[in-house]
Design a protein around this ligand. Structure first.
Ligand code: CP
Length: 336
């Protein structure tokens, strides 16, 4: 696809070559993300960052990615701090804000809302999560992380065995990741959830139609024994009719070091889009996994910066100019 000026609304818009291109550009962003160099390639450009649902990683990392390329960020968080609370439509909001920005990232609880917004926007729009529908930049960073973690183990994505665990009904990250996995061959996908929160049929069918082996189960321990990746997800309590209903599922699929040691193959990579629910009654990825070298969740979050920098550089068509506007950093920077 031609990335210059493109909206990023769904992972279904990508072909495998597009993914490979994004990952190659993401690799090239590492010196900037690690603060070995500074670039000002997007000096003068403005990102409109509009998040109408809570977010830590997506909002901040999109903002930091734009800053790291030299651009500035203007934000709206929550409906109450926006004129949408006064009845303004998505159409009017898009017309106005796209006059102030060069690119817009948006998260909104309504499925399809970001697409609706993009149709009225005069600048490219990136979907930061639209309800239970999609979270394309998360799926990209997840796949980028899977590829990197497998490479460190001398493996490739072909033949990958992955277990997705938790709320597969409302979890938009697993929906987008499932679409992306259809670009690869010979995968074994294990879908572990309570029956009521199973992966919607359309995703299961699509995975099977692409020739992947798919198992659907509610039994965690006996189904994480022969996978390369366990990808855990949070119960998406904001999508349930009541907190009581969400609470009835909380803590059903805990993974801790004892379970990992007993059931998982050595070097099984542990992923989670985050936030993980660390409340005592959930503890879906126990803190006792924090010293496990296979816990990739923070490497995964770091990779979000690289992938989001790549998306901005490609959409604003500056990939070839990033290094031209580079210089050494001025400050002491230490990160372990
Ligand atoms: N993974 C993710 O979307 O995290 P946030 O909700 O913090 O953005």
């Amino acid at each position: 696809m031609d990335f210059a000026g493109a909206n990023i609304l769904s992972v279904e818009q990508f072909e495998r070559a597009d993914i490979e291109r994004i990952f190659s550009v993401a690799d090239s962003m590492e010196p900037y993300a690690l603060r070995h160099k500074v670039t000002r390639v997007l000096e003068g450009a403005i990102l409109g960052n509009m998040f109408f649902e809570p977010s830590t990683r997506t909002r901040i990392s999109f903002g930091c990615a734009f800053n790291l390329l030299g651009g500035e960020v203007r934000e709206t968080t929550g409906f109450q701090s926006s004129a949408i609370a006064k009845g303004e439509s998505l159409y009017d909001t898009a017309r106005v804000l796209s006059g102030y920005s060069d690119v817009i990232c948006m998260r909104h609880p309504g499925e399809g809302s970001v697409g609706e917004f993009s149709a009225a926007s005069r600048v490219p729009v990136i979907n930061g999560g639209d309800g239970a529908n999609e979270h394309p930049s998360q799926a990209l960073l997840d796949l980028y992380t899977i590829q990197k973690e497998l490479r460190a183990l001398g493996r490739t994505l072909n033949g990958l065995r992955i277990a997705m665990i938790g709320d597969l009904k409302y979890g938009r990250t697993v929906h987008s990741l499932s679409h992306l996995l259809c670009l690869f061959n010979d995968l074994h996908v294990v879908l572990i959830s309570p029956d009521e929160l199973a992966m919607p049929d359309e995703y299961v069918t699509k995975l099977r139609d692409h020739g992947h082996q798919v198992s659907v189960t509610s039994d965690l321990p006996n189904n994480i024994s022969h996978v390369d990746i366990v990808y855990s997800t949070r119960i998406q309590e904001e999508r349930f009719a009541s907190k009581q209903e969400a609470d009835s599922y909380r803590g059903r699929f805990r993974l801790n070091q004892a379970i990992y040691t007993k059931y998982c193959e050595p070097n099984t990579v542990i992923m989670h889009p985050l936030p993980r629910d660390s409340r005592a009654d959930a503890n879906e990825l126990d803190n006792d996994l924090n010293q496990n070298p296979n816990l990739a969740i923070f490497r995964q979050a770091d990779n979000g910066l690289l992938v989001r920098m790549a998306l901005f550089a490609m959409i604003l068509d500056v990939v070839e100019q990033v290094d031209k506007y580079a210089r050494p950093v001025n400050w002491f920077h230490k990160r372990s």
